[in-house]
Write a protein that binds this ligand. Structure first.
Ligand SMILES: O=C(O)CCC(=O)C(=O)O
Ligand SMILES: [Fe+2]
Length: 343
């Protein structure tokens, strides 16, 4: 079996006497593709499954009920949302959660006053499931512990003292559930023509992903440009390197480029927790990685990137009605074609 995307036992890799070849595989993957899968990762599977069952129930509600869960202010990364393609065919349905429900909660957790405005666009919790909020935050918390452990492993692989990657509190996270529909259009089209999520890298330090479904729709790009599927390994979580890790290592650790292709009659869901250090953090390469050639990465404050996220996103992907809803601070629900009826 190939080792393009190693699936590793995290406890074994973190052990004092971790096998050298295991550590080598992880380091090699971090430099080559930016993606590993982990088992024995410490995030309770019952918690992941409980969370996914609850979200699934929400996503199977009748559309008028789901429409009530759209962000009241049209924020693209809060609440429920559907993404149709140019023909109105549903490509992706998302439920997104921010780290705090409102600026007061963020302030109480120690977020600097300067960034509190980011939390003016609240989360949207379904009244049908009063426990979803608690389960969501419990899952996010467990994923944060995992993210920090993997970053600790990466420090070790790089010969850095523990704590070299900035990890000031309160760290910053976002959470997304992706629900991909079946794709009932002719099966003969090239994969490029049935992308449900376009290729991208994540702006996190690392992203913790759980994929759940009947086929390996997630693909990662290799250095030569070819795409390989990320196998569905029962119980495993995927750890994506994001662009912050790349910046810290001055380009040594690659951010994984990834995309999602349709699977014919099969469905798939994923949950991503995007982990970052505190919004106050100045992101820049660690001195250990800056040689005589210097660096092309300019220092940047994470909170300043976050403040421009929505505008940047809408500039590229926003449809006119969606942009108008955001400008006017009202909810937005996409029109869908007949072919996507039932969602
Ligand atoms: O669905 C997936 O597996 C990938 C999702 C993803 O890349 C994202 O939400 O950023
Ligand atoms: Fe992603």
């Amino acid at each position: 079996m190939t080792d393009e995307i190693p699936a590793i036992d995290l406890e074994a890799a973190l052990a004092e006497d971790a096998p050298a070849d295991l550590l080598l595989r992880v380091r090699e993957a971090a430099e080559r593709i930016g993606l590993i899968q982990v088992v024995n990762h410490g995030v309770p599977l019952e918690l992941i499954e409980d969370f996914e069952r609850r979200v699934e129930r929400v996503l199977r509600l009748p559309r008028p009920e789901k429409a009530k869960l759209a962000s009241p202010t049209g924020h693209p990364f809060r609440g429920w949302r559907q993404w149709p393609d140019d023909l109105g065919r549903l490509e992706l349905e998302r439920y997104s959660v921010g780290q705090f429900d409102n600026p007061a909660d963020a302030a109480a957790a120690g977020v600097s006053e300067r960034w509190l405005g980011l939390y003016k666009h609240g989360n949207v919790w379904p009244p049908e499931d009063p426990d979803l909020r608690g389960v969501t935050f419990a899952y996010a918390k467990a994923a944060v512990v995992l993210a920090q452990r993997v970053l600790g492993l990466y420090e070790r692989l790089l010969g850095l003292p523990a704590g070299s990657f900035p990890d000031a509190e309160p760290h910053h996270i976002n959470m997304i559930v992706n629900d991909y529909p079946t794709w009932t259009y002719p099966d003969t089209v090239a994969e490029e023509e049935k992308l449900l999520l376009l290729e991208h890298t994540d702006g996190s330090a690392v992203t913790i992903l759980h994929q759940h479904g009947e086929y390996s729709g997630l693909q990662a790009q290799q250095a030569d440009g070819t795409w390989i599927p990320v196998p569905v390994v029962p119980g495993a979580l995927q750890v994506f390197s994001g662009t912050i890790l790349t910046r810290w290592t001055n380009g040594l650790f690659r951010p994984v480029r990834h995309r999602v292709v349709a699977g014919g009659s099969a469905t798939r869901q994923s949950t991503g927790i995007f982990y970052h250090p505190s919004l106050d953090t100045v992101l820049e390469p660690l001195p250990a990685f800056v040689g005589e050639d210097g660096t092309e990465f300019e220092p940047v404050v994470l909170g300043e990137i976050d403040e421009t996220n929505v505008e940047n996103y809408l500039k590229v992907f926003g449809r006119p009605e969606q942009v108008a809803a955001w400008r006017e601070g009202r909810p937005f629900v996409s029109e869908l074609a007949e072919t996507s009826a039932g969602r």
